[in-house]
Structures are given as C-alpha cells and as structure tokens.
Design a protein around this ligand. Sequence first.
Ligand code: FEO
Length: 169
Amino acid sequence: MNEKVAALLNDQINKEFYSAYLYLDMANFYSRKGLDGFANWYEIQAKEEQDHAMLMYQYLHNNGVEVTLEAIAKPDKTYEALIDPLKAALAHEQYVTSLINNIYAAAQAANDFRTTQFLDWFIKEQGEEEKNSADQITKMELFGSDPRSLYMLNSELATRVYSAPSLVL
Ligand code: FEO
C-alpha cells in the first residue's frame, strides 16, 4: 500500500478511538444530568466509533500493513447547556468527514482503488452521522426548553439499540 495512504489510515484509527472517547464523555455528561436516553445514544455512538477504528485496523492488517497504536487524547470539551454536546458532536463529525475525504483523495491520487472502495462505506456513514447530529440539534432547539417535550425526546433516544457495522471485510 502507498505509504502516505497507510499512514493516514493508521492515524485515523487513533482519531476514531478518540471519537469513541469523546462520545463516551458526552454520555457521561448526560448521565450526570439524569438524561439516560441521551446517555444511551452517545454510549452507542461510542461503540460505533470503536467499530470504525477496528474496521481500519483490520483493513490495514488484511493488506499487510503494520499498525502502530498511539496514545488516545483526553476529551477536552466542557459542556454547560444540554445542547452543547449536540453542537460539539456535529462539529466533530464535520471534522471527521474532512479527514475521511482527505484519505480518500490520497488513495485516489495513488491509484489505490481498493482503499477508495473500502472508504466508500465511511463516506456514506459520515453523511448519516452528520445528518443525525444536525437532527438532534434541531429537535433540541424546538423542544428542549419544555420539560415534557425533553422527557419525550429523552425517551425516544433511549430506544436506540446498537447494531454491528454493515461493512464486512
Ligand atoms: Fe467514525 Fe462518527 O465517524
């Protein structure tokens, strides 16, 4: 595999684990606030990020690339209002989209079509993650200031269940 593409994918493993840690910290925030549904949503989000990291880890292994695991940074965001993690999540997903696009562009430039095909799933996934994050903000802006509506929103988010990624390597 092209060295630059391999290095970017290796680095992305770390970024995905950081995303998991960031989302777990959001779940932690909502648990402290008594919003178990929001906490559930972000706990599942954290699991999905670990899946993303493991897909990249497995992909590199399948292609004979040595993986290096680096330290995972501490989640450095602080939240005051209930909407704050939702906004931080959208900004973070937009950032991750830019990272995935960057790896895709490097793979394309290196004629590494196996990797562009692998990344197609992530490109689509980023679209979904950005939409979900934006929808959460919209709902919170519409309903978050009314306790009964917030209760219902929390109940809705409590129904989310984890499912393994659809991408199989
Ligand atoms: Fe792994 Fe939320 O993107």
